[in-house]
Structure formats: structure tokens, C-alpha cells
Ligand binder design. Structure first.
Ligand code: B12
Length: 450
């Protein structure tokens, strides 16, 4: 069967992100099929996609929907309208069935399937596409297969992590590789799936499950090395939290070093209590950027959010990463349950405890279906259970609203280049783009560190 996989993500804030998910999907499809990947960042317009469809004449089209919106209350942008235009262009040129997938799709499967008028959707991990391919080839009805939905599916198989082997992606990045090498030289790598934490608002366990499924460290290192050989000058580890399994993260780092990886890399971390020398071991293997999902510096709020750490642990983890000479940033998520004018002051005040850093401050907590936050809001009557959450809805149950939070944050951020509101918007993306053109690579926020 000829299968065309399309990355529909054209968001370039904070920088264009290599569509790693499609490589995983492509790598899992048996070799007897012909698979091609198209990326709308590379094609630049929908006309290019139409040309590709005419030439390749796929018998199945898979569209990857990574983002639904930018989750930013300061400068909100939604992507469903753009995906609709992609779908229309596809339908004009091709009669092949269309299957949707990706992290964004997984969060709103039935809604997005109906909105775009696609034939099938895969909830969760795209390795399940093979069940659909086999059914289509054999002329069988795929409904009821794990993870697969049709327009008339009533029960969404959700959350439904795929339980097969978790393999790293081989360095087979298709024709779009050169575009990303030119536009940041940053590729990405997954060393595990799943997230064991229970943060009330978070979608990660819905997308990948709660159980950690680990990639063998040697396999992760072999892939990292292959990505370096393919031209990557930086690797971003896409794991929900790289240190969610401390032992495995150390093993991966040691495997990187043993394999002779020379390029730097970065990852998301949870500010947990870490063994002595933890960041030193990672640094020796090339770790350059540490991005902590800190959210708040008020213990009361951290408890409300069900974060697995306290402010004291945040500061200790921060100091440990600094002591190892790493660049450190923190992501904040202000305005969720428990936030009050006092807790906000506490968080903003405690930022003084974090020296030499960059803060990315998101004002407002998006509510996603099936999360603990969603159920809390429904129970307390803050949210009607049938509310359509595809158009972003932010938490509004506290004693301070997002606008008031934003005003205070903007006031406090004045004159501080290391306080970035949200992901920094188009201006940040434009600066990064110029730096990538000059040959810089990586997330580059270290230039803002103060
Ligand atoms: C790592 C990460 C980042 C990193 C990426 C770094 C890098 N260089 O790769 C950074 C920090 C830069 C980032 C930025 C953003 N991110 Co982000 N990110 C993630 C995270 C944690 C992992 C994504 C990932 O790469 N996973 C690994 C790959 C292998 O999995 P995957 O892409 O999901 O693919 C699998 C399946 O989805 C499926 N699949 C994928 N495509 C297809 C296609 C078909 C046809 C099929 C059948 C299946 C399929 O199969 C794949 C293999 O199993 C996810 C949360 C999560 N745990 O998923 C959020 C997530 C994707 N991000 C999200 C958002 C919103 C953003 C930002 C917009 C935030 C912001 N305001 O800046 C930006 C957008 C950047 C951009 N240009 O697109 C949201 C998207 C949901 C939404 N509301 O739209 C997520 C889901 C987190 C959340 N809030 O829920 N992100």
C-alpha cells in the first residue's frame, strides 16, 4: 500500500519542531508498504501538498496533528482552521481514506475527527496504524481495533497507551531532514514513554500512559549517534520528564558517553531530590540545557497542582544543575487551583531564590478533557460537563483571574530579559531564526540568563 504521512504543524514559536512522531509511525510500518513523509513547513503552502498527492497517489493518508492551540492566554492562537484547509486540499485531490493522529488529536479525538471530516483516527500511539492498514488491505471493518476510531465510534478507547515495544526512532528522517538542519540543526529523541506523576492539569499520561516504558539505553545512544551523523548539532529529548526514572536517565547518559556522542542535548526535568553527582554525570555526556517544569514557587499551590516536589526541592535541584555548570530554565503555570493574590506574590518573590536562570511564565491553566482538573471543575460547577474544550477554556475558579495575574507578572518582568511571558511569541521566534541562520543551534535561551 502507498501511504503518505503529513506533518501539518507549521508553528514556529519558539522554534520549528522536527516531526519526530511521524518517524516513529513510519518506522513501525512494514517494509512491504511504500511510505512517504511530507511536512507543511517544508512545502510552505497547501499547493505543494496537492502536487505531492497527485504525484504519489497514496492509498492511505495519515495527518499528524501535534498542536491544537498554543495554550497561551497572552497571545492565543488556534490551529484547527489551518488543519481544516489541509483536509479540504487533500479531499480535492485524493479519494484515499484519511487517518488523523498525533498528541493534539489524541486529546480531542472525536471532536477533531468530526470537525475535519476524516475517515479514521488513532488515539495515542501511532504504531497502532498497522491494525488499520491490515484491516483496510483485507477489506475488514477496522472499528473496535485498539486505539482506532471512526466517525460513528461512541466509546473513545481513552486513555489507551500502546503496550508494544518502545523503540527509538531510526535516523530515517526523509526529505524534510535538511530543512530542519538548516532551520535549527536541532533534532529530537525519545528515551521513554509515559509519565508516572499525577499533576492535576496534565495531559501527558493521557497521551502516553502513566507507566514508564523505557528505551534500552544502548538503543537510545545508537539513535542519538545516528542523528548526529545525519547532521544534528543539538538533540532535544522529548520525554515528559527525563528524570522520571533517575536510574534510567543516568544509564542513557552513560550510554551516550560510551557511544561517543559529541553534540549537546537538553531535556525537561522534574525538580525532585536527585542523587549526588546526578547532573555531573549527565553533563559529562553532553547535557547542556535543563528545563524544569516547576509551575509555582508556593508550596500551597504545588500541593493543589499535585506536583511531586516542594519549593525547597526546586531550589536544591536548581543549585545542583548550576553546580554542574548547566544552563537552567523554569516553566511556570500560574493561575490554577489554589492560586490567590498571596500565593502569586509568594511565587514571584521566591524567584529570587533561583539565580542565573530564565523563567518562562504561562498565565492561565488550560482545561483538558479527562484530566483531574476537568473532573474537579465539573464537580464544583465551574464547568458544565458538556463544555466544548477544543476552543481553549482556562481555569477560572480562584480568587485571582488570568488578566490580573498577567498584569502583575508583566509589572515584575519589566526590565528583566530573563522573564519570558509564555513562549516569547513571534519576536522570540524571529530572533532565534536569525541566530539559527548564523549557525547557532539548540533552544538558545541561555543568552537570556541573568
Ligand atoms: C517535547 C515537547 C515540546 C518541546 C519540543 C522540543 C523538540 N525539539 O522536539 C518544546 C518545549 C519545544 C515544545 C513546544 C511546544 N509545545 Co510541546 N510538547 C512536548 C511533549 C512533552 C512531547 C512531544 C513529543 O515529541 N513526543 C514524542 C513523539 C514521538 O510523540 P508524538 O509526536 O506524540 O507522536 C506519537 C503519537 O502522537 C502518534 N502520532 C503522531 N503523529 C501521528 C500521525 C498519524 C497519522 C498517526 C496515526 C499517529 C501519529 O504516534 C507517535 C508515536 O507513538 C508533548 C506532550 C506529550 N507528552 O506528548 C507536548 C505538547 C505536544 N506540546 C504542546 C504545546 C501546546 C506546545 C507549544 C505550542 C507550547 C508553547 N506555547 O510554546 C509549543 C509548540 C512548538 C512547535 N513549534 O510546535 C501540547 C499540544 C496540545 C495543544 N494544546 O495543542 C502538548 C501535547 C502538551 C500539552 N500541553 O498537552 N513542546
Amino acid at each position: 500500500m502507498k501511504i503518505l504521512l503529513v506533518s501539518a504543524n507549521t508553528l514556529k514559536v519558539p522554534y520549528p519542531v522536527y516531526p519526530i512522531g511521524l518517524d516513529h509511525v513510519a518506522a513501525s510500518i512494514p517494509a512491504r508498504h511504500r511510505v512517504r513523509i511530507e511536512d507543511l513547513n517544508v512545502l510552505e503552502d497547501i499547493g505543494g501538498l496537492a502536487d505531492s498527492l497527485r504525484k504519489f497517489e497514496p492509498e492511505l493518508i495519515g495527518i499528524s496533528l501535534r498542536n491544537i492551540d498554543n495554550t497561551d492566554t497572552t497571545d492565543p492562537v488556534g490551529f484547527i482552521g489551518g488543519y481544516r484547509r489541509v483536509m479540504e486540499a487533500v479531499r480535492q485531490v485524493s479519494t484515499a481514506p484519511v487517518v488523523l493522529g498525533g498528541s493534539g488529536f489524541t486529546l480531542f479525538p472525536r471532536r477533531v475527527l468530526a470537525e475535519l471530516g476524516a475517515d479514521f483516527g488513532i488515539v495515542g500511539e501511532g504504531e497502532r496504524l498497522n491494525g488499520l492498514i491490515d484491516a483496510l488491505e483485507a477489506g475488514r471493518n477496522p472499528s473496535g481495533l485498539p486505539g482506532i476510531i471512526l466517525p460513528d465510534t461512541e466509546e473513545i478507547p481513552f486513555p489507551s497507551p500502546w503496550t508494544g515495544e518502545c523503540k527509538p526512532r531510526p535516523a530515517n528522517q526523509g526529505t524534510h531532514l535538511s530543512w530542519y538542519l538548516k532551520h535549527s540543526a536541532m533534532l529530537n529523541l525519545q528515551t521513554k514513554r509515559g509519565c508516572p506523576f499525577r499533576c492535576i492539569y496534565c495531559t501527558y499520561p493521557l497521551i502516553e500512559g502513566h507507566n514508564l516504558r523505557l528505551v534500552a539505553p544502548g538503543d537510545a545512544a545508537a539513535t542519538a549517534l545516528a542523528l548526529e551523523a545525519a547532521g544534528a548539532r543539538y538533540l532535544y529529548i522529548t520525554d515528559s520528564s527525563f528524570n522520571a526514572d533517575i536510574g534510567h536517565s543516568l544509564e542513557v547518559a552513560r550510554a551516550f558517553k560510551k557511544a561517543g556522542l559529541t553534540i549537546p542535548w537538553g531535556a525537561f526535568f522534574t525538580p525532585l531530590t536527585l542523587p549526588d553527582g546526578y547532573f555531573e554525570t549527565l553533563a559529562e555526556a553532553g547535557l547542556k540545557h535543563v528545563e524544569f517544569g516547576t509551575d509555582s514557587l508556593s508550596d500551597a499551590v504545588l500541593r493543589f497542582y499535585k506536583k511531586p516536589f516542594t519549593v525547597e526541592q526546586v531550589v536544591a535541584a536548581h543549585e545542583a544543575a548550576l553546580a554542574a555548570g548547566r544552563h537552567v530554565a523554569h516553566y511556570f503555570l500560574l493561575g490554577g487551583p489554589g492560586e490567590t493574590p498571596q500565593t502569586l506574590d509568594e511565587t514571584l518573590g521566591h524567584t529570587d531564590k533561583l539565580r542565573k536562570t530564565v523563567l518562562f511564565l504561562f498565565c492561565g491553566m488550560r482545561i483538558y478533557p479527562h484530566t483531574a482538573l476537568f473532573h474537579q471543575c465539573a464537580e464544583k460547577g465551574h464547568l458544565a460537563p458538556e463544555t466544548d474544550l477544543l476552543e481553549p477554556v482556562f481555569y477560572h475558579g480562584g480568587t485571582i483571574d488570568d488578566e490580573a495575574i498577567r498584569r502583575r507578572v508583566v509589572e515584575k518582568a519589566a526590565g528583566r530579559v530573563n522573564w519570558v511571558i509564555g513562549a516569547g511569541g513571534e519576536a522570540t521566534a524571529a530572533t532565534l531564526d536569525r541566530m539559527y541562520e548564523k549557525g547557532f543551534s539548540g533552544p538558545l535561551w541561555e543568552y537570556l540568563i541573568r
